[in-house]
Ligand binder design. Sequence first.
Ligand code: ZN
Length: 165
Amino acid sequence: MTQRRQWLSRIALGGLAAWVSPAARAAGPAAAPRADALKLTDEEWRKRLTPEQYRVLRREGTEAPFSSALNGEKRRGTYKCVACDLPLFTSTMKFDSGTGWPSFFEALPGALGFTTDYKLIFPRTEYHCARCGGHHGHVFDDGPRPTGKRYCNNGVCLKFDAEAA
Ligand SMILES: [Zn+2]
């Protein structure tokens, strides 16, 4: 085995797991079902959402980077789940990550639920709206201070309510 391959296999076995797990730990135990939980059938979701919203929210899709107008949104206000209106982030939690997706270093308390997915082989912490269960994005541990978190959110899943000036 070359050194490079040894290094890669070590990363695969332990490095990435260690790197991702702090986000999973921060997510804490699964929350109890909310009193205001919104549960719809698949057909009802299809009617309520646009095809792109449905693909991302209900099928864990990912929008194309730099496709959301919310990337450049700098006004003060609240970012809500487009499917159920639950406030997820505020403008003070947003930062420019340069990734092409709206990014936040913090979420409103109780707004999100978390699972671990293995779609890219290594584990990632997926998050979804705590009210309707819609998939919004993934959280990584390479965000800015003070949290070190980067909530990488699909803009198509968000609705921005600007604060009255
Ligand atoms: Zn929602």
